[in-house]
Design a protein around this ligand. Structure first.
Ligand code: ATP
Ligand code: SF4
Ligand code: MG
Length: 364
């Protein structure tokens, strides 16, 4: 296995080793995650990018053991570390898992901003969550909730007693982020938290997250299919394809020295808002069938760099620099093309608001 560790002294808070997850479906076993390994360090943010169905949500859910019942972790370990103690999340009992979720590792689910109970006020939903996870005294919980709502730039006293329908999508998303941090987790997993939002609201949520991460010091796994969002938030980017991490490296390496054709394809498909002219291309073809995936490299049917070796031999994720790893037999050729491209990295539109004043408008 290649060295996928960040060059840092800090111990990883989460180490995933050779994780594999399958879904039982009518046609057989669908291999949604295959041989995924990475370390997440204290205070670090890793963004998982990749097209629909590549396994991002499955991987995220497995880290808090919230996979649907058709799913099985067939291999691997998820080691979580706090205060010198290490536990394998795969081995935790249901009782231990309840303590682990939210207090150690919290997740904001894909589409969850639409899943609030419409007849309960925000405070009732916050209190239910705290009670379910072994929480804290009610007065202290309310105090902490108000504090966190202010930190996500909402007007706390109004929002805490509001019904979900009284808040916009962007406000509900920020309430969820605040809720996820109530028990002070070390790891926060966010699955497509900005996808349903307009571009300017997206930017505001990203700014809020960036500030929270600085203030509270949690590590973050941010799942998105949007590279502009990844570029804003990530320390490192992991590109996923067909259930595998095919490239992992610091954000600058991925955007300027992409060494996997799929990462390069994703980057070439993103327009920039800075006005420079670059050729945009889409990635031809469609994702593979994960029940009967292609031989060799899973990307070979769509890859313009593919050779006979690619059709026969699956590439391992290998280190190509101190902190950059790629699973491609022809990565040098890909990298040369990426370096020749010299396009600016994707950026988001300007924020709706800067500074730390609460955002009061309903539309944000
Ligand atoms: N409950 C399930 N039962 C069977 N197969 C599933 C289930 N959930 C996901 N899958 C399959 O597992 C694979 C990975 O899905 P997953 O939802 O993890 O992808 P994703 O990268 O999060 O996609 P998206 O960007 O659309 O959210 C897909 O092929 C999907 O069809
Ligand atoms: S191993 Fe071959 S098919 Fe796979 S991404 Fe690299 S060049 Fe393309
Ligand atoms: Mg998903």
């Amino acid at each position: 296995m290649s060295n996928l560790n960040k060059s840092t002294d800090s111990l990883p808070v989460l180490s995933v080793h050779d994780l594999a997850i399958s879904y039982r479906v009518r046609r057989g076993m669908l291999q949604a995650v295959q041989g995924v390994s990475f370390d997440l360090h204290r205070g670090e943010s890793i963004t998982l990018v990749g097209e629909s169905g590549c396994g991002k949500t499955t991987l995220g859910l497995s880290l808090v053991r919230l996979l649907p019942k058709q799913a099985t972790i067939t291999r691997g370990e998820i080691l979580y570390q706090r205060d010198g103690k290490r536990v394998d999340v795969v081995e935790l009992s249901p009782r231990q898992l309840r303590q682990f979720r939210w207090a150690e590792c919290a997740m904001v689910f894909q589409g969850a901003q639409n899943a609030f109970n419409p007849v309960l006020r925000i405070w009732d939903q916050i209190w239910d969550t705290i009670k379910a996870h072994g929480g804290m005294p009610k007065a202290q919980a309310r105090e902490r909730a108000l504090e966190l709502l202010a930190m996500v730039q909402l007007e706390p006293k109004r929002v805490i007693d509001a019904f979900p329908h009284e808040l916009s999508g962007g406000m509900r998303q920020r309430v969820l982020i605040a809720m996820s941090l109530l028990l002070d987790p070390q790891v926060l997993i966010l699955d497509e938290p900005t996808t349903a939002l307009d571009v300017l609201t997206q930017r505001t949520v990203i700014e809020v997250l960036r500030r929270l991460k600085e203030q509270l010091g949690f590590a973050m796994i941010f799942i998105t299919h949007d590279l502009a969002v990844a570029a804003e938030l990530a320390d490192r980017v992991a590109t996923m394809y067909a259930g595998r991490i095919v490239e992992l490296g610091p954000v600058e390496d991925i955007f300027y020295r992409a060494s996997h054709p799929y990462s390069l394809g994703l980057i070439q498909a993103v327009p920039t808002v800075t006005g420079e002219f670059v050729d945009l291309t889409s990635i031809e073809g469609s994702p593979p069938d994960l029940i009967a995936p292609p031989s060799g490299c899973k990307f070979h049917p769509r890859c313009s760099f593919a050779t006979q070796r690619c059709r026969e031999e699956e590439p391992e994720l290998q280190a190509i620099g101190a902190t950059h790893a790629v699973a491609c037999h022809n990565w040098q050729l890909v990298r040369a093309q990426a370096e020749a491209r010299r396009a600016p990295r994707p950026t988001l539109a300007e924020p709706t608001q800067t500074g730390s004043q609460p955002i009061l408008e309903e539309g944000v």
